[in-house]
Design a protein around this ligand. Sequence first.
Ligand SMILES: C=C(C)CCOP(=O)(O)OP(=O)(O)O
Ligand SMILES: [Mg+2]
Ligand SMILES: [Mn+2]
Length: 170
Amino acid sequence: MEEKVILVNEKDEQIGLMEKIEAHEKALLHRAFSVFVYNDKNQMLLQKRALGKYHSPGLWTNTCCSHQRENETNIQAGKRRLMEEMGFTTDLKDTISFIYKAPFENGLSEHEFDHILVGYYNQDPKPNPDEVADWKWLTAEEVKNDIEKNPDQYTAWFKIIFDKHYSQIA
Ligand SMILES: C=C(C)CCOP(=O)(O)OP(=O)(O)O
Ligand SMILES: [Mg+2]
Ligand SMILES: [Mn+2]
């Protein structure tokens, strides 16, 4: 199935639709979300992206990321994709958003208006192997230390969120 992303301006207003890979080839600004799920030990659920992903394969990142469909709210999209990637869903809160641009080695780029959605879940995930190679629960302190030690094992957007925006979502 052809997948489209929503092209937006710097105010997150929709200005068009484009096929997913084409938008990442052209590095055009589009709407996206990043989900952070916590448990009652204050650990965050990380996923390792599957090796077949179109960019950032095999890298550790936040619980789930993807792109809203047309006429889908941020929360609806986040809950849908959590189920598709991690095999569970839970209530989410729409928090801050930010714009970032990150080129990748394979010629694709992310250029997103990214909405950070936060939720709580206290069981282990049942991830979809097409999307997710591995998962783990880590505290923010452990994430911070591991990013310092192994920066090449984490996605660009996760490091940006962690460095610049984490105090606003925690
Ligand atoms: C939203 C961000 C930060 C990146 C896009 O997520 P994915 O690359 O995981 O998108 P899907 O393939 O899951 O749609
Ligand atoms: Mg994803
Ligand atoms: Mn994108």
